[in-house]
Design a protein around this ligand. Structure first.
Ligand code: ADP
Length: 732
């Protein structure tokens, strides 16, 4: 059986119960006594005193008990029970009747109701003693008459004890249950509060999440915008830079290489040397701009590097020579500190020179007085190159952004740069398997360094880096490819994007035969239009049976021009050789040439180039499409050198007009425009065929098929080109 302790709370409840019972018992007792007293006084007159005494005693004790019960319940109970016992004793003494001793039984019941089992037993003892004392001592009644009240008193005490015990247990159980229920309710309340606070946090988190989501969408849009802006920015900057640069390149080239076109006045030698330096630097800048365009247009990882065993000392020397004039003009000392011997590195010279030029140009721009020092040290399996300056330095809090594209850390000078230099340089160095770092102390100077792995380290160098073009013919066999194409542009594409081979172009059967006799090529790449001429080459030169012959529809600019309805296409900046070659390709020799470009200076440059090519040419100059059209109609030139992008009447409009004019049917157009990158990306209709005189083995065919599948399925822009391998025989 489970037992329950009578703790403080049980006692309190019991007290409450006793109080309640007392409040019922006191008036009941008083009323019953009063009724009894009235009966006793009226019916049995001789007992008037006894009746009054009992009535007085009971009324007094009940009244006193009532007064006490709120302040001291125990005392109130004691007073009440004592009064009652005394009253019953008086009654039992006054009246001689054994039946009166049964009155002790209600007394016992009341005692059991108001007290615990101990007092009940004590009261039973008192009742028995009084019964015996009064019954035997006062009334001298025989014991037999007293036995039954005594037995009943004992039985009453026993049953009261038993029932009160059960009562206490039930009460304790009920109280403990109540306490537990209360505890549970309390806990539930606490949990509810917790749940409410969790709900609130959840709501807050939800709101924050929504806000974060919005911010994310906003950031993504901003990033996309920034990306578009970057591409536009790069394209615009490059275009804006190119236009004046093309003039610098063109005029300096003319002044340095064709002084006779200036009416025979020869420049003094010193001037010519300087003009040559201007020409070389401008060419380099022009290459750099192309690189920036590449960076924005070629997906990451596809940036082509042209790596060759290179002398780092020479590259550093060249870069320093280019920058020396600028540094000295600012009063800065430029020191170069190179170890006596730097091993040959596998580098793309232009890119590394560009890195050095970027660092030197930053050092010059951000140093107002003092010095710039370029040093290189061989450290383990790498070479470390540093460019130090004694300039203004970079604030510590901006350093983290140094290598971010388009980030400029010096607001005062922000307009001077594009914020691309360090980002591009780092990228180039990483492509070479190196790392780049920067240290700076504001007010003291900046050091930017980069490492380049030595070839034998083989550690950090990407595999492709080591795939440098081998000598024309060596232990591993020939690694050069003969390209039979009418256009240099096609070869320049191959040189730019295909690694590991030298490409040499021939544009005539004789040239091709001569090259093939010089050394065996690893392969031949034919333009589709060269099929018949290739037969002649194959007849004249000995074609080994293992020589792969690839027929490819590689586009040339000339063909692009034809596609656009012109006689030819020249990529800007137009060089004298390009121009001479284009004129030579015309079906009829040109006597009168009209140059149409909205850039007057460029028109003047082209005119000068034309007269340098052929002093007997009649050159007409127009600086707008409308003016050009007017001149074309009045002068009917043999050829028009036409810029495509002009305001008002564009090159395209010009072409339309010319096509519709019968009188100008004989006039050819040579388009001049920027490098047609978009065209390089457009699908090219044609067939890519691979052939070999000696045929292919089955395993070769399977390998080639796999390579073709991989190449085509991995390429995002799969054009309608069809790759076919023709086994055996000449390509047909
Ligand atoms: P920018 O075309 O603006 O020069 P860079 O990426 O080359 O772009 O450089 C980013 C920024 O880093 C510069 O705008 C300049 O604030 C800071 N910086 C680069 N090199 C130096 C240097 N040697 N001294 C001080 N600040 C430099």
């Amino acid at each position: 059986m489970r037992t329950y302790r009578h703790d403080g709370r049980t006692a309190q409840v019991l007290d409450d119960l006793v109080g309640d019972s007392l409040r019922v018992l006191l008036p009941t007792t008083a009323i019953l006594t009063w009724v009894w007293a009235s009966v006793a006084i009226l019916a049995i007159e001789a007992r008037v005193v006894h009746g009054l005494v009992v009535l007085g005693l009971v009324l007094a004790t009940t009244a006193l008990s009532y007064l006490l019960h709120r302040r001291n319940l125990g005392l109130a109970v004691a007073v009440y029970l004592t009064g009652l016992t005394l009253a019953l004793t008086i009654i039992a003494t006054a009246f001689v009747s054994p039946a009166l001793f049964f009155l002790y039984i209600p007394l016992l019941l009341v005692t059991a109701m108001l007290t615990g089992p101990g007092i009940t037993w004590a009261m039973a003892l008192v009742a028995i003693v009084l019964t015996l004392a009064i019954g035997r001592g006062v009334h001298t009644l025989p014991l037999g008459q007293l036995l039954s009240p005594i037995v009943f008193v004992l039985l009453t005490a026993l049953s009261a004890w038993l029932s009160s015990r059960r009562l206490f247990t039930a009460l304790a159980w009920a109280l403990s249950m109540t306490a537990e229920a209360q505890k549970n309710a309390e806990e539930a309340r606490e949990r509810r509060a917790e749940v409410r606070s969790i709900l609130k946090s959840l709501e807050e988190a939800y709101v924050r999440l929504e806000r974060a989501n919005e911010a994310l969408i906003f950031a993504r849009e901003a990033a996309e915008k920034a990306y578009r802006f970057k591409a536009e920015f790069v394209a615009n900057v490059s275009h804006e830079l190119r236009t004046p640069l093309n003039l610098i390149v063109g005029f300096s080239e003319m002044m340095a290489t064709a002084p006779e076109s200036y009416g025979g006045t020869l420049l003094p030698n010193q001037y010519r040397g300087d003009v040559m330096a201007i020409y070389r630097s401008a060419r380099h800048l022009s290459d750099l701009i192309n690189d920036v365009l590449d960076l924005s247009q070629i997906e990451a990882g596809r940036l082509p590097l042209r790596r060759e065993p290179s002398d780092l000392g020479k590259i550093v020397g060249e870069a320093c020579e280019i920058m020396r004039g600028l540094a000295e003009a600012k009063g800065l000392r430029l020191d170069v500190n190179l170890p006596p011997e730097v091993p040959l590195l596998c580098l793309d010279r232009t890119r590394i020179r560009q890195v050095l030029l970027n660092l030197l140009s930053n050092a010059t721009r951000f140093t107002d007085c003092g010095w710039i020092r370029v040093s290189a040290v061989v450290d383990g399996d790498e070479v470390q190159i540093t460019v130090e300056d004694s300039g203004r330095g970079i604030p510590a809090d901006r350093m983290a952004h140094a290598f971010e594209a388009f980030s400029q850390l010096d607001e005062e000078r922000a307009r001077e740069g594009s914020g691309l230099g360090l980002a591009v340089s780092k990228r180039f160095v990483e492509l070479h398997g190196g790392t780049m770092w920067i240290h700076s102390t504001p007010g003291m100077g900046t050091t930017v360094g980069f490492s380049l792995p030595l070839p034998q380290s083989g550690k950090a160098v990407p595999l492709t880096l080591l795939r440098t073009p081998a000598p024309l013919s060596g232990a591993q066999g020939p690694r050069w490819v003969l390209v039979l194409h009418d256009d240099e542009h096609a070869v320049s594409l191959l040189r730019r994007y295909v690694e590991g081979y030298h490409f040499r172009r021939a544009d005539s059967v004789e040239g091709a035969v001569a090259l093939m006799r010089e050394a065996q090529p690893a392969a031949v790449i034919l333009d589709s239009s060269w099929h018949d001429r290739w037969m002649q080459v194959a007849d004249a030169a000995d074609v080994p049976p293992h020589l792969p012959v690839l027929t490819s529809p590689l586009p040339g600019l000339h063909r692009l021009g034809l596609l656009m309805g012109a006689a030819d296409y020249l990529a800007k900046p137009v060089t004298r050789e390009d121009l001479a070659a284009a004129l030579a390709r015309l079906p009829r020799p040109a006597r009168t040439v009209l140059v149409v470009d909205d850039d007057r200076h460029l028109v003047r440059l082209l005119a000068r180039m034309l007269t340098a090519i052929d002093p007997s040419l009649c050159v007409l100059e127009a600086s707008s499409g409308a003016e050009g059209l007017q001149m074309a109609r009045s002068q009917r030139p043999d050829v028009v050198l036409l810029d495509l992008l002009m305001p008002a009447v564009s090159g395209f409009d010009f072409m339309e007009e010319i096509k519709g004019d019968q009188t100008l049917a004989e006039t050819s157009v040579i388009i001049m425009s920027a490098r047609p990158v978009e065209q390089e990306r457009a699908p090219i209709l044609g067939e890519l065929r691979l052939a070999r005189v000696g045929g292919f083995t089955l395993s070769e065919i399977l390998q080639l098929t796999e390579a073709a599948l991989t190449g085509l399925t991995q390429s995002a822009a799969v054009g309608p080109a069809i790759a076919s391998a023709t086994a055996g025989g000449q390509p047909g």
